[in-house]
Design a binder for this molecule. Structure first.
Ligand code: FAD
Length: 441
């Protein structure tokens, strides 16, 4: 027996799960094939990193990471109706302080200068995962197939065909569109032979959480500090904590991971300085290898790449998930539009529009992120002088600073409905659905 869906999403992490959430009220039938098992017991909760009760999930996407969400991403979560569930775990970023360690250059971005309440929000990935799980648990048209793996895929014909291996045997699916949101090592991208630009930065990001004691920094201040070993970000969290994203060269990683807590704090303090006062209470450290990956194509017949499966970035500017959420917002607009005109959800018109509308943002965001890593990674004195002048110039030139802030806030260019904080179903579509079903949509 073949189970028929409008959409099959492979990978139910932050990006795949968000797409399903965005579409959960459209009536589209959605399957999410996720390789990790679901929460051990959906009714049971366990304390998250923050001490709040959050469902336990085995998914790598909902791990210890703490994400700097842009203002645009916050609007997308509001449009999806998820922000109220996430907000208690979110700390607003009111200003960003950018500096080059040991040099005079300094730049500030501020919410007040940009005329917004906050430049973004700092949120634990687990809190977003919990909100996504909860919203999907209440969505009858979304089926989780987990732990599941796609064992065969055919994209020719009127519908894509997938064979999925589940604990109780194989299941055959048919879908109008297959979306791969299965992360940076995407098996589906590899299976389809989609070309990939892949660059190893020779660095890891080591993450942790600390609590500064006696800081006089203004509430909501995020720090981006460039040092000779790579960038160091300190992001404000709820209850006075700071999330640490420490970039280290590969060869330094075993030594840093092996330090005891006091030695780690001393190392961090030495690299960050005293702007937040003494740093205390370090949480568990986790290290992630850093690469730049960009898929050469975003689509094939009845197939689209989304999130890290399409682009994995260095976390220096906190842009990876924000970029993936903008993929979600754009694809949601296109699918809702196609649904309202009874067009083919996996047809070339929709897929060409997705590729065209997302490509420029991918290239610009990857280019900006990679440029920062390279510029601030260059050890020569000429480069140091250049970047200090650059930071001073950025601080002194409001139009340039404004442009950069708008990009980091995810507000540049044409914005899909969700990125404007609007729900995915347009009023015109709601009217159409009401007329065709004889009742309210
Ligand atoms: C240290 C660090 C800090 C970061 N900070 C920020 C930040 O501040 N701001 C920001 O915007 N971004 C940040 N990012 C980037 C962000 O974490 C990623 O962009 C985001 O997690 C990508 O989500 P995703 O769902 O596309 O992929 P993933 O999170 O990798 O999720 C993929 C999902 O697919 C599942 N899967 C994998 N393979 C298969 C398969 N074969 N079949 C079925 N399912 C499969 C996985 O189990 C997982 O659930 C950071 C990244 C790192 C490493």
């Amino acid at each position: 027996m073949t189970h028929s869906y409008d959409l099959a999403i492979v990978g139910g992490g932050l990006v795949g799960g968000s797409l399903a959430c965005a579409l959960r009220d459209t009536g589209l039938r959605i399957a999410i094939i996720e390789k990790a098992p679901g929460p051990a017991n959906p009714g049971q909760s366990s304390p998250g990193q923050s001490g709040h009760q959050q469902p336990k999930s085995g998914q790598s996407s909902y791990d210890e990471r703490v994400i700097a969400l842009s203002l645009g991403s916050r609007r997308i979560f509001s449009g999806m109706g998820l922000w109220p569930a996430i907000a208690p775990e979110a700390e607003a970023i009111r200003q960003v302080h950018i500096s080059d360690r040991g040099h005079a250059g300094l730049a500030h971005l501020s919410a007040t200068d940009e005329g917004v309440d906050s430049l973004g929000e700092v949120v634990p990935a687990r809190a977003m995962g919990a909100a996504i799980e909860q919203a999907l648990a209440d969505s009858p048209n979304v089926d989780w197939l987990r732990p599941g793996q796609v064992v065969s895929l055919s994209l020719s014909g009127e519908q894509a065909r997938l064979e999925v291996m589940l604990p109780d045997g194989h299941r055959s699916l048919a879908a109008n569109l297959v979306v791969a949101a299965d992360g940076g090592d995407s098996r589906l991208r590899q299976r389809l032979g989609i070309p990939l630009k892949d660059l190893d930065y020779g660095q890891h990001a080591i993450i942790s959480t600390v609590t500064p004691e006696g800081t006089d920094a203004a509430p909501g201040t995020a720090f981006e500090r460039f040092t000779s070993s790579g960038p160091l970000a300190m992001l404000p969290m709820t209850r006075g904590r700071y999330s640490v994203v420490l970039t280290a060269l590969d060869r330094e990683v075993p030594a840093i991971m092996g330090l005891d807590d006091q030695a780690f704090l001393a190392r961090l303090q030495q690299r960050f300085g005293q702007r937040l006062g003494p740093l205390t209470q370090p949480a568990r450290r986790v290290a992630y290898p850093l690469r730049l990956r960009l898929a050469g194509q975003l689509t094939r017949a009845r197939f689209a790449l989304l999130g890290n499966a399409a682009h994995s970035l260095h976390p220096v500017a906190g842009q990876g998930f924000n970029l993936g959420l903008r993929d979600v917002a754009e694809l949601t607009d296109l699918l809702v539009e196609a649904q309202s005109t009874a067009a083919d959800l996996g047809g070339p018109t929709l897929l060409n529009a997705y590729q065209r509308r997302r490509r420029a943002d991918h290239l610009a965001t990857a280019g900006l992120t990679d440029g920062l890593v390279r510029l601030f990674g260059l050890p020569c004195p000429g480069a140091q002088l250049g970047r200090n002048l650059g930071l001073v110039g950025l601080d002194l030139l409001p139009p340039l600073r404004h442009r950069l802030a708008r990009r980091f806030m995810g507000l540049e260019g044409r914005l899909p409905r969700l990125a404007r904080g609007l729900p995915p179903i347009s009023p015109a579509f709601a009217r159409w659905a009401e007329q065709s079903s004889g009742g309210p949509a």
